[in-house]
Each structure stands twice: as structure tokens, then as C-alpha cells.
Design a protein around this ligand. Sequence first.
Ligand SMILES: [Zn+2]
Length: 57
Amino acid sequence: MTTTHLDDAVIDVTPQPVPCAARPWTDFVHLDGSCACFYGGPAPLFSVPQQRASSGV
Ligand SMILES: [Zn+2]
């Protein structure tokens, strides 16, 4: 008896920032997938820290 359940394959749709492999020393990340700078892919974005409380001034 064999049953097929494709429901077990849960795809994580949450984009995970991937550090830019072309410039690992920077804070640039790719939100849409792996770094493709070597292949003329989309430019990386500057990683913005979420825990940033603007205090003072
Ligand atoms: Zn890159």
C-alpha cells in the first residue's frame, strides 16, 4: 500500500538574505537568492540591521 503525500513538502517562502559572495567584507546581501554578481546578476542590497533604535539627537 503506497500513498503519496506532497503536503509534507513545505516550501519556506520567507526570503533569507544571502551575503554577497563577491564582496564578503561588506554588509551587502541578496534578498532574492544566491549571489549572482559574478554572472551579471542583480546588484546586492545593503543589509539594514533591524534592531536599530534611534535614540539621542
Ligand atoms: Zn553579490
